[in-house]
Design a protein around this ligand. Structure first.
Ligand SMILES: [Zn+2]
Length: 149
């Protein structure tokens, strides 16, 4: 079987599995199980029973924070990714803040407040950088394997 034929078969099989839903939405080439990367690079998880789901999906970073807190996040609560990698949803990379605090963090852009820089440094110290490398490799792999050829 030629490489081209094999690829065609593989993508047909994906079509069968996901059907029409795989083609819906902007993130359709980033499918991976019940998760996908949206157009802004955030991970969304299929959760039709969640009270704050949007079109059947919830942001993964909000779910992680909800698990930590043991309650649902309010609409004015927001999550910041400390290392600014939007798909790095490890508990230690997610910082709970209000929506207005969050936009302040992003307005400052690369000139974060000293406290915030300090906070990020403490959080990221040691193990994190090593774990992070492995994680980003996995994300790339996930994206590659999930692509709709
Ligand atoms: Zn943020």
């Amino acid at each position: 079987m030629s490489e081209h034929q094999r690829r065609t078969l593989v993508s047909r099989r994906k079509d069968l599995k996901w059907g029409r839903s795989a083609r819906e939405g902007k993130g359709n080439s980033n499918w991976h199980g019940g998760k996908y990367f949206d157009d802004k690079g955030y991970v969304r998880v299929r959760m039709t029973q969640h009270p704050y789901q949007v079109h059947g999906y919830v942001y993964e970073h909000r779910l992680v924070m909800e698990l930590i807190l043991g309650r649902y996040l309010r609409s004015w609560e927001s999550c910041h990714h400390i290392n600014e990698v939007k798909s790095d949803n490890r508990a230690e990379n997610i910082f709970l803040c209000s929506v207005s605090e969050h936009s302040a963090i992003h307005r400052e852009g690369h000139t974060h407040t000293m406290e915030h820089k300090d906070y990020m440094r403490k959080k990221m110290k040691g193990k994190a950088s090593k774990n992070f490398k492995g994680k980003s490799k996995n994300i790339i792999k996930m994206r590659d394997t999930a692509s709709d050829e």
